[in-house]
Write a protein that binds this ligand. Structure first.
Ligand code: 5GP
Length: 201
C-alpha cells in the first residue's frame, strides 16, 4: 500500500496555525493529526488526549527513554514530543499525518524522514504576531516576551522548510496548504508503479 504523507507544520506561537489546520482537516478526510505530549499546564478549554497529552516530566522522560517518541524538544521551559506509534500506524495505512511541532522538532523529523513535507506558517509581520499573542490573553507579560523572542529566532529557520505560507488572509493560507498537499500527492516519486498499472504491465 502507498504510504501517507508526513506533513510537518511549524509556526511561531499564536501564528494562527491552529485555525488554518482546522480548516484543512475539514477539507481532507484522509488527514490525521498527531497529538503531542507536553509537560506544560493546559490552557482553559484544552482537553487531555485531544489537544495534548498533558503529562509530568517523569512520564515524559520515561516515554523518551523507552523510545516511544518520534522527536522531542524543550520550548520556553516545557517539554513537547510526538508519540511514535500512532504516526507510524497511520502512515502505513496510507493516511496523511500532520505534526504541528516547533523548529527543533521539525529539523529532527527532516533527518529522520527526508521525504516529509515541511511547511512554515508565518505571520505577515512581527507586529501582527504580537497583537495576536496579546489578544489571546492566555499568557502573562513575561511569557509573551519570551514567546516573541522565541518567534524571532524561529523565523530564521523558515528558509529551511520546503514551503512558506503567509497567514494574512485565512482563506488564502488554507488554499495554499491545500495546494501543497495536492501537488505533493501528484509527485511521481510518491506514485511508484502507477504508470505500469496504466500500461497494464
Ligand atoms: P503551545 O504551548 O503554544 O501549544 O506550543 C508551543 C510550541 O510547541 C509550538 O511551536 C508548537 O508547535 C510546539 N509543539 C507542540 N507539540 C510539539 C511536539 O510534539 N514536538 C515539538 N518539537 N514541538 C511541539
Amino acid at each position: 500500500m502507498k504510504k501517507g504523507i508526513l506533513l510537518v507544520v511549524s509556526a511561531p506561537s499564536a501564528g494562527g496555525k491552529g485555525t488554518i489546520l482546522k480548516e484543512l482537516f475539514q477539507q481532507n478526510e484522509t488527514l490525521r493529526m498527531s497529538v503531542s505530549a507536553t509537560t506544560r499546564q493546559p490552557r482553559p478549554g484544552e482537553v487531555d488526549g485531544k489537544d495534548y497529552y498533558f503529562v509530568s516530566r517523569e512520564t515524559f522522560q520515561q516515554w523518551v527513554d523507552t523510545g516511544s517518541m518520534l522527536e522531542h524538544a524543550e520550548y520556553v521551559g516545557n517539554c513537547y514530543g510526538t508519540p511514535k506509534a500512532p504516526v507510524e500506524e497511520w502512515l502505513n495505512q496510507g493516511l496523511d499525518v500532520v505534526l504541528e511541532i516547533d523548529v527543533q522538532g521539525g529539523s529532527q523529523i527532516k533527518n529522520l524522514a527526508p521525504d516529509c513535507v515541511s511547511v512554515f506558517i508565518t505571520p505577515p509581520t512581527m507586529e501582527v504576531l504580537e497583537k495576536r499573542l496579546r489578544d489571546r490573553g492566555t499568557e502573562d507579560e513575561e511569557t509573551i516576551c519570551k514567546r516573541l523572542a522565541t518567534a524571532r529566532q524561529e523565523l530564521t529557520f523558515a528558509e529551511g522548510y520546503d514551503y512558506i505560507v503567509i497567514n494574512d488572509k485565512l482563506e488564502d493560507a488554507v488554499e495554499d496548504m491545500q495546494a501543497i498537499l495536492r501537488s505533493e500527492k501528484r509527485k511521481s516519486a510518491r506514485n511508484p508503479g502507477f504508470i505500469q498499472r496504466v500500461l497494464n504491465i
